[in-house]
Design a protein around this ligand. Structure first.
Ligand code: ADP
Length: 621
């Protein structure tokens, strides 16, 4: 028997693992099974590529057995195995240079150190969270001798010759108080299902099955050893796309999402090169019920080399794509990657960036069929609009994906289609915002656009108010709200300007009547049937926006409206002739008040308004 000391770094790692990961101690099983799976992969590769291994049998399996009384748990595989030198090298030193560097960074500050540990694999040594002593019996494929490695995980390990029937490795844990709970058929099954279900080799669990045979006095208890495969052994997403039918994809989706309905569509990517990863994303046919809840559940699961890592990491997708369901499986991350590390991990960031681009390009493809896209958009259009202000990088793509109501198109229109319908000299995309589609369509603000046959987008979704002003541009076209005072400026003709000039004295008179109620009174060329309208100054938030901020409990600086009056309107023409006095004052107020009402805004004093109206009616009748 040869006694060996652990490399100093191993002692440090052992100490750290035991003290920082014990709240997730069940992961030891995931780590051991993953090592077995790697060992099987290595042997598989050799038997396929090396002549020397052509005669080695490759019968891949992982066997888990336990002895409740003796508090023993064994994980055995038929993989590549280790000889004496391998055991010393692999289970006595830290070969991985990344991990070594990590250990060098350890500061002795437990909290900091345990944050750091998530960057690196903890691997084999994690079994010392649950075991006092660990025995490893291993025989390297193609060699005849087996060795037993034993250690209490404290200072060193012993190696001696041993026996093992075939090549592979068996790891036996002598469980401590922390580990006794794992000598249970159900416990093991649950952990394997959770983390290792998609490991590509079968995992068998061996257990004692006791049943009663015969009846009455003849009844006998019979105990038998049984074995059962406890993982599905196939990572659906790792299979080549050509091997999978639509039915396969749909079935897997239902398993994954617990959705009863088929998905709308999906996207499956095997990426190789700088980064190796597989993604499989699904778009559900219906928006998840918690789409608009702050505590929505994350839809994408993270795997590392087919081993489940987490299904509770919202950072895997930008929030505006929170309805996407699916899987990311990376070959380049450590199994033990912690949440803190995940969120700033370069590998994962790159996968995420690529995934978002991929998903958006799938949406663009889907949008080629307008009818299908309308169904998609009804479910997910609103989160896509959130993307316009969340995801600057993909804004251009998202601008092509969003749809709006319009004064000219049936149903919804894209910005591209709007531009295609624009007047020859038009270089602005006009839109009107407000709460109610029907009243927006009748708004006096649209009169001039109607007359000039200019299309205006109808933005009646409250999120439009937040998102669209932040966008400003679509390609080279400016986006302009007709609710703002300067929207019509570029459409003014010389005649309009002359008429406005002529109206100046009247504007001053109305302004002095309204006083503090308004920011300004202007002549407007945008009206035809209405005498007046109300708009926001180009730099102020629109009135709907102000109302919304108020409803959300935010202090919006109350900005005053601008009153625009129509020089061509009969009432305005008559007002121009009126001398100063009560009648002129009432008319000025009513021109202002009716504009507020049409805009859906509240009057400060409705009773006064009604009084004035009745007086005028009285005179008219
Ligand atoms: P990692 O798996 O991250 O390299 P581990 O500490 O888990 O780190 O394992 C160290 C090394 O021990 C592995 O790289 C591998 O070479 C070897 N090893 C561990 N388990 C087995 C096994 N079941 N069969 C063969 N080799 C193994």
């Amino acid at each position: 028997m040869a006694q060996h000391q652990f490399q100093t770094e191993v002692n440090q790692i052992l100490h750290l693992i035991i003290h920082s990961l014990y709240s997730h101690k069940e992961i030891f099983l995931r780590e051991l099974v993953s090592n077995s799976s790697d060992a099987l992969d290595k042997l598989k590769h050799l038997t396929l590529t090396e002549d020397a291994y052509k005669t080695v049998t490759f019968a891949p399996r992982i066997d888990i057995s336990f002895d409740e009384k003796a508090k023993k748990l064994t994980i055995a595989d038929t993989g590549i195995g280790m000889n004496e030198a391998d055991l010393v090298e692999n289970l006595g030193t830290i070969a991985n240079s990344g991990t070594k560097k990590f250990v060098e960074q350890l500061t002795g500050d437990a909290k900091k150190d345990s944050n750091l540990i998530g960057q690196f694999g903890v691997g084999f040594y994690s079994c010392y969270m649950v075991a006092d002593t660990v025995e490893v019996v291993s025989k390297k494929a193609g060699e005849s001798e087996a060795f037993l490695w034993t250690s209490d995980g404290k200072s060193g390990f012993d190696i001696e010759k041993s026996e093992r029937e075939s090549h592979g490795t068996s790891i036996t844990l002598h469980l401590n108080d922390e580990g006794v709970e794992y000598v249970s058929r159900w416990e093991i099954q649950n952990i394997i299902k959770k983390y290792s279900n998609h490991i590509p080799f079968p995992i068998y669990l061996h257990y004692e099955d006791t049943r009663t045979e015969g009846e009455g006095d003849d009844a006998k208890e019979i105990t038998e050893m049984k074995e059962e495969q406890i993982n599905s052994a196939s990572a659906f997403w790792k299979r080549p796309k050509n091997d999978l039918s639509d039915e396969d994809y749909k079935e897997f989706y239902k398993d994954l999402s617990h959705d009863y309905e088929d998905p709308m569509f999906w996207s499956h990517t095997h990426a190789e090169g700088m980064l190796d990863y597989t993604t499989l994303f699904y778009i559900p046919s219906k928006a998840p019920f918690d789409l608009y809840r702050a505590d929505y559940t994350a839809g994408v699961k993270l795997y590392v080399k087919r081993v489940f890592i987490t299904d509770d990491e919202k950072e895997l997708m930008p929030t505006y794509l929170r309805f996407v369901r699916g899987i990311i499986d990376s070959e380049d991350l450590p199994l033990n990657v912690s949440r803190e590390i995940l969120q700033q991990n370069k590998v994962l960031n790159k996968i995420r960036t690529n995934s978002v681009k991929k998903i958006l390009s799938e949406f663009s493809d889907y949008a080629k069929d307008a009818e299908k896209y309308a169904i998609f958009y009804e479910q997910f259009g609103r989160p896509l609009k959130e993307g316009l202000y969340q995801d600057y990088e993909n804004r251009e793509t998202l601008m092509e994906l969003v749809r709006f109501k319009s004064t000219k198109a049936e149903g919804l229109t894209s910005l591209a289609d709007y531009v295609a319908r624009m007047q020859p000299d038009q270089n602005t995309v006009y839109y009107i915002t407000g709460e109610n589609e029907a009243s927006l369509r009748l708004s006096p603000l649209l009169e001039m656009y109607k007359k000039k046959d200019i299309e205006v987008l109808i933005l009646d979704d409250e999120i439009d108010e937040i998102v669209i002003p932040s966008v400003n541009k679509y390609k080279d076209y400016e986006l302009k709200s007709v609710n703002r005072s300067d929207a019509a400026d570029d459409l003014k003709t010389d005649d309009d300007k002359k008429a406005e000039e002529a109206l100046k004295p009247l504007l001053e008179r109305v302004k002095s009547v309204l006083g503090e109620k308004v920011k300004d009174v202007k002549a407007s060329s945008r009206l035809s049937d209405s005498p007046s309208c109300i708009v926001a100054d180009s730099s102020d938030p629109t009135f709907q926006m102000q109302a919304m901020l108020k409803a959300m409990g935010q202090d919006a600086p109350a900005s005053k409206p601008i009153l625009e009056i129509n020089p061509e309107h009969a009432i305005i023409k008559k007002m121009n002739e009126l001398p100063d006095g009560d009648l002129f004052n009432d008319a000025s107020l009513m021109v202002y008040e009716q504009a507020l009402i049409v805009e859906g805004l509240k009057l400060d004093n409705p009773a006064d308004f009604v009084k004035r109206m009745n007086e005028l009616m009285n005179k008219a009748l």
